[in-house]
Design a protein around this ligand. Structure first.
Ligand code: HSE
Length: 435
């Protein structure tokens, strides 16, 4: 290990986030050193190619040999902000084997290989921090891992993808179509040219896996998360939701399952478009902001709100982790390790309890309501409200159910589709937060 009075940092990646980490470490050097109890110094910066212009970063620090950074005996800590699975995974493992603490913002990697990385950091006796991996600047992982660790989390429900929240906000507030709102998000630099990771829910599912793992002390990977994106949401869906006092959000939900009133030892983790009442705290989260709503047995309801992406906000979380590691090192201690002692089973989606809003085109003839109601009742689902609007010979029927098991609700929709009087099931959207 290098001189104890300085903590030497190797930075892997100098893109949006890496460049901001670098800039802020220089700009706030004195404060960061005072808070850390040691000087902090970026010693090497590994980049993919050396030719790009990187204003503010001393060229002498740059290398395209990341391996030499994670094995450099003069480096104490690696900040990984290159993203992706490989070579990030191998580099982090090698850094740990070489006795270096690691701070990362890599949600995709954690959601696939978290267990391997936690195990490696335990074996090597080094710190492994990743606050920036979920919801950018918002402190949510440390509150779950530390502040709330004495409580019992019942549910985590969050808006953890800023791009989709921006798109849905534009659809709700300006009546935009999905395509137009996506194009706007791309122009503003929120959505990528290939928006798949955001709009199809992959980014949110990776973050949901990390949140669920911490909240329920269980190993959860991205593939455990049920995932539906927002591509199918239409301007009509949004306008019907609005007329009924709801807003549509892409929510990540991780919860302990309840069977007949008692909490079962399984959890569900899902990401899908969700209608929530406009009065719900998450409904006020607009544009590209993120928020995570946590319900605990003793603390009750809490909400964490802020910027979920962007170079500077993400760098804030990374620098917080950096100071935490420096303080641990001064004390000769390590931060909290991952706990997956509970080892709960992840239930199939059918076990989750939710409500459905079902929009149908139906023939406007006597007996339609009765036949829809009896089909719903046959599946032991109960109706909360029905809205019918005539359209000549047809009508649009909108049914909001009470809470029921997802499998019963899905069977209800299947049975409704098979009725002659139902011309089309136009859309099915889950509804949460109704009290
Ligand atoms: N693309 C993500 C978002 C940020 O829109 O929230 C990185 O996870």
């Amino acid at each position: 290990m290098s001189n104890d009075r300085v903590l030497r940092v190797g930075l892997l990646g100098a893109g949006h986030v890496g460049a901001e980490v670098f800039r802020l470490m220089i700009a706030n050097q004195k404060d960061l050193a005072a808070r850390s109890g040691v000087g902090l110094e970026i010693t090497r910066v590994a980049v993919r190619e050396l030719t790009s212009d990187r204003p503010g970063i001393d060229r002498a620090l740059l290398t395209d040999d990341a391996d030499s950074v994670v094995t450099d005996p003069n480096i104490d800590l690696i900040i990984e902000v290159m993203g992706g699975i490989e070579p990030a995974r191998s580099l982090i493992l090698k850094a740990m084997e070489n006795g270096k603490a690691v701070v990362t913002a890599n949600k995709a990697l954690l959601a696939k290989h978290g267990a391997e990385l936690f195990h490696a950091s335990d074996l090597a006796d080094v710190d492994f921090y990743y606050e920036a991996a979920v919801a950018g600047a918002i402190p949510i992982l440390r509150p779950l891992a530390e502040s709330l660790v004495g409580d019992h989390v019942e549910r985590v429900m969050g808006i953890i993808n800023g791009t989709t929240n921006y798109i849905l906000t534009r659809m709700h507030e300006a009546g935009a179509s999905f395509e137009d709102a996506l194009a706007e998000a791309q122009t503003l630099g929120y959505a990528e040219a290939d928006p798949t990771a955001d709009v199809d829910g992959f980014d949110a599912a990776a973050k949901a896996a990390i949140l669920a793992g911490l909240a329920f002390h269980t190993q959860v990977i991205d593939e455990d998360v049920y995932r539906e994106g927002i591509r199918e949401i239409t301007a009509d869906d949004v306008s019907v939701a609005k007329a009924m006092g709801f807003v549509i959000k892409l929510l990540a939900i991780a919860e302990a399952n309840e069977i007949h009133g008692s909490v079962e030892e399984t959890i569900s983790v899902r990401v899908h478009p969700t209608m929530i009442p406009v009065t719900h705290p998450l409904a006020a989260v607009r544009e590209s902001f993120n928020a995570v709503f946590v319900k605990c047995q003793s603390a009750g309801e809490l909400m964490f709100y802020g910027r979920g992406a962007g170079g500077t906000p993400t760098a804030s979380a990374i620098l917080g982790d950096l100071v935490a590691v420096a303080r641990n090192r001064n004390e000769g201690s390590l931060g909290p390790t991952e706990t997956d002692y509970a080892d709960l089973d992840i239930a199939p989606l059918g076990v989750s309890r939710t409500r459905y809003l079902i929009r149908m085109d139906v023939a406007d003839v006597p007996g339609v309501l009765a036949s829809v109601a009896s089909t719903v009742a046959k599946n032991e689902v109960s109706i909360m409200t029905v809205r019918q609007e005539g359209r000549g010979a047809d009508a649009e029927l909108v049914v909001l159910t009470h809470v029921a098991r997802e499998d019963a609700l899905a069977n209800t929709v299947k049975d409704l589709r098979s009725l002659d009087i139902v011309k089309k099931v136009v859309s099915v959207i889950r509804v949460e937060g109704v009290v």
